[in-house]
Design a binder for this molecule. Sequence first.
Ligand SMILES: Nc1ncnc2c1ncn2[C@@H]1O[C@H](COP(=O)(O)OP(=O)(O)OP(=O)(O)O)[C@@H](O)[C@H]1O
Length: 262
Amino acid sequence: MSAAVIQHAEPLRVDGLSLSFGGIQVLSDISLRLEAGEITGLIGPNGAGKTSFFNCLTGIYAPTQGGIEMGGLRLEALPPFRRAALGFSRSFQHVALCPELTIAENVMIGLDRLSRAGWLHAFLPLPAGRKERARNRALALGALERLGIAQVADSRPAELPPGLLRLAEIARAIVGEPRVLLLDEPAAGLNSIETRDLAAALKKLRSPDLVLVVVEHDMDLIMDVCDRIFVLNVGRLLASGTPAQVRANPEVVKVYLGDEDE
Ligand SMILES: Nc1ncnc2c1ncn2[C@@H]1O[C@H](COP(=O)(O)OP(=O)(O)OP(=O)(O)O)[C@@H](O)[C@H]1O
């Protein structure tokens, strides 16, 4: 096990990150700094490279060039499980909860990196497993509570609407108290009321110890919750700034935001 830890309130620094598959350049020379204590938005047209960027941060994709650093640790060569152990957590574009498990049990899966024997052990009817399961359930309930949905702890995914499922997924992503939380299109498939609830939940997650990055096409949500926004276009960083600065940037309006009104 790595003795390295990322101290609280460290920014995540990305320097000259590039990614290509064969001859296709997916990300080109991305340099930026993601601050703890802020909600950062990552926006851009379809195919701009947003998910690929997340995949580079979590180690699913190996960048062809560039560095990723946090708290003095070089991360770009670490495999995904090492980055997870250092506190990287993410949610995916499509809801991926296990239908056979309750919401609390689904959230407990997010404690894998903290579990001594792995989460499966905590589900087995052994004394050590029972103790660990009780501890994990309490942590899962805490995460659900933090997002205001503790009442669905014992429901199964099929019983719940998309908005609650999305929040349950985020509960699973935060239950291990990550240092870096990457949310990929959390508002996808949600109606306007669910999106409003999501925005309120995201604001509650803002914390001095957390780098929180949201990829999203819902511009109302992004402009509402984000402190800072980075705009990608065909794999390049096109612009960055506060929501007001990004909204007023003519290049961003031309390649992306202009589409919103059409
Ligand atoms: N594993 C891969 N192999 C080849 N090309 C890939 C791979 N992953 C991503 N790409 C390509 O990289 C480009 C960026 O894709 P990516 O999914 O990162 O964009 P995105 O900004 O997240 O798009 P969207 O908003 O539609 O989700 C696309 O052209 C995509 O086809």
